[in-house]
Ligand binder design. Structure first.
Ligand code: F6R
Length: 614
């Protein structure tokens, strides 16, 4: 969480920084700020509570000159979101400014020590401690900014990606990282830093992903230097980005979320491209082919993930167990990391993460590696920390997901898990030829089936008016679609702030049925599958208690049409792939209800897209 961006070069920095902050706003949006070094090396720092647009308004009458600067959009961890706690933070002398993404865990101890030395603090943040510490080290050792940053970071416990400027070294910008992402963009006579590549792509496609414990020294007109914490030169591995600016824009849609929902026919096509043969039953993933023996000999698979990615993991469990016949456990990464897990070198840990930066998932990976397990990643963001920390993996290739609520990443994750199950099942010979054909065919037809499901948009938009003022929702599903119920409920609550719970439909009678009355609508996921008859009984139980039912059914289902209040028809799809199609009406329902309530669906309150804190 929190986004940082920095620039040094020949152009006015302000515009680049503000544009960059807009791109990073998905990482946090409770306050924002910018520090600019103008002519004569004076430092102008402007910061305000609110979104980046509030910062722009605030700066409209200010001196925004300068060709070097750093900026920040915040998701508060220490200290409430207000002007004072917003970044950049400035040292006692006013010379050094710093932006930070991460958490300084030992900031209390450092703060007390600095207070004894006479430092005064103005904010409640852990970050202010770091900038004061840098200045303290610099003054005490009479050293350069880089030496001071390196010295200060040695004292720090925690996670950080930082950008630092100093009026006494006006042509230098320092950045460093540990457990929080930082990308450096290398242009012609100009350099950019950012939490991800989105603020950079407009100017250069040449980037370096900083590694943990590395510090970059960026000097005007000088080649980039990177050193490790012992001041030894580190390798500079320049990568070429495969990203386009148009992928970062709304493309005519009112919100990123809606754009991303509607993109899914294409994103799933991109996800299966080159992996599912255009006919026949062949599904191959290079990550599986390269690690054949590992998958064939795996004792069990443990999936670790958070939020929506965890829901995809639950679907992955069924797919892998059914198709590849490997026992699978699915763990919240945040619980797994503290559970003293029993893992051996014959276990495979699969980490699922859209952003590839989720702190808990990253920590779970580190723990799994320590135990000797083979770690396989399923990520969206290329070059992300999780993608780099895993032994092997598969990208979902759905393009940048900017709306805070995950949509196209979820369907991409489920699709990759289906391909993974097929690739491993084929290797292990645990799947029949008929099933292989059926699943491969279903994978190929996903883009067109999603297109059909998207036709529900207008109907769902109308239907959503009925439910705008409801306070609670229940979502029910079974089998492959129990996780769909969890995911549908999560989508609704995170963007509309309506409380929603997902349940396995058969569990309703063990408690949740007590909630049902005419004020509690229930979304029942009831495609035509093995459980169809049983789920019809659940619908009847809800109706008998005065509850209203929105049912997601397979096209042509006349039985449920007669009992449910609203029926949303999806095309026929094999059961194991149905969560991908079912998720379309669930995403649209959450979107339209939230819009009718006047909520900001792309930036829901209190949330951030990339959760880089515990
Ligand atoms: C919900 C959502 C979150 C994320 C979770 C994990 O819509 O987006 O629940 O799924 O924070 O994030 P990643 O997948 O980036 O690890």
């Amino acid at each position: 969480m929190c986004g940082i961006v920095g620039y040094i070069g020949g152009r006015p920095a302000y515009e680049i920084l503000i544009k960059g902050l807009h791109r990073l706003e998905y990482r946090g949006y409770d306050s924002a700020g910018v520090a600019l070094m103008g002519e004569g090396s004076e430092l102008n720092v402007y910061k305000t509570r609110g979104k980046v647009s509030d910062l722009e308004r605030f700066c409209s009458s200010k001196d925004i000159s300068g060709t070097i600067g750093i900026a920040h959009t915040r998701w508060a961890t220490h200290g409430e979101p207000n002007d004072v706690n917003a970044h950049p933070h400035v040292s006692r002398s006013g010379n050094i400014a710093l932006v930070h993404n991460g958490t300084i865990e030992n900031y209390h101890v450092l703060k007390e020590a600095l207070e004894i030395e006479g430092c005064k603090f103005h904010s409640d943040t852990d970050t202010e401690v770091l900038v004061q510490l840098i200045e303290y080290v610099k003054e005490k050792n009479k050293c350069s900014l880089i030496d001071a940053v390196r010295g200060a970071l040695k004292e720090v416990v925690g996670a950080y990606a930082i950008g630092v400027v100093d009026t006494t070294e006006p042509d230098t910008m320092i950045c460093a990282r540990k457990s929080s992402p930082l990308v450096i963009g290398i242009g012609e006579n100009e350099t950019f830093i950012a939490s991800d590549a989105t603020p950079i792509i407009e100017y250069t496609d040449q980037v370096v992903y900083l590694n943990d414990d590395e510090i970059a020294i960026i000097q005007r007109g000088q080649p980039l230097q990177i050193v490790d914490s012992d001041n030894l030169p580190a390798a500079i591995d320049i990568k070429t980005l495969r990203l386009s600016v148009s992928q970062l824009e709304k493309g005519g849609y009112p919100h990123f979320m809606l754009k991303e929902i509607f993109e899914q026919p294409r994103t799933i096509q991109d996800c299966i491209r080159g992996r599912v043969a255009s006919s026949g039953d062949e599904v191959s993933l290079s990550g599986v082919t390269e690690n054949k023996e590992r998958f064939i000999n795996a004792n069990r698979i443990v999936i670790v993930a958070c939020g929506t990615s965890w829901h995809a993991g639950l679907i992955g469990k069924r797919l892998l167990q059914e198709i590849a016949r490997i026992p699978v456990e699915v763990e919240y990464a945040s619980e797994f990391r503290y559970s003293n897990p029993i893992l051996t070198s014959n276990d495979i840990v699969i980490a699922i993460s859209q952003s590839g930066e989720t702190a808990d998932t990253l920590a779970a990976i580190q723990m799994a590696k320590k135990c000797g397990a083979f770690v396989y990643g399923i990520c969206n963001v290329v070059g992300s920390s999780i993608a780099r920390a895993t032994d092997s993996g598969t990208y979902i290739h759905v393009g940048p997901e900017i709306g805070v609520a995950s949509t196209k990443a979820f369907t991409g994750q489920v699709t990759v898990l289906a391909m993974l199950a097929m690739a491993v099942g084929t290797l292990k010979n645990t799947v029949s030829k008929e099933t292989r054909f059926a699943v491969a065919k279903a994978l190929r037809s996903l883009p067109s089936l999603i297109k059909q499901a998207l036709r529900l948009n207008d109907r769902i938009e109308k239907l959503s008016s009925t439910y705008t003022y409801v306070h609670n929702f229940l979502y029910l599903g079974r089998g492959y679609n129990y996780p769909s119920a969890l995911e549908g409920a999560l989508k609704l609550k995170e963007i509309s702030y309506i409380h929603a719970e997902g349940y396995p439909a058969a569990e309703m009678k063990h408690g949740p049925i007590a909630l049902i009355d005419h004020e509690l609508p229930t979304v029942v996921i009831a495609p035509d599958d093995e459980m169809h008859e049983k789920i019809i009984s659940n619908i009847q139980q809800v109706k008998a208690r005065g509850g209203s039912v929105i049912a997601i059914v397979t096209k042509g289902d006349t039985t449920i049409k007669e009992i449910a209040d609203h029926v949303l028809e999806i095309p026929m799809v094999p059961e194991c792939m149905s969560p991908v199609i079912v998720s379309i009406p669930l995403q649209l329902l959450a979107y339209h209800i939230a819009i009718k309530k006047g909520c900001n669906v792309d930036m829901p309150r209190n949330l951030a897209k990339s959760v880089t804190v515990e």
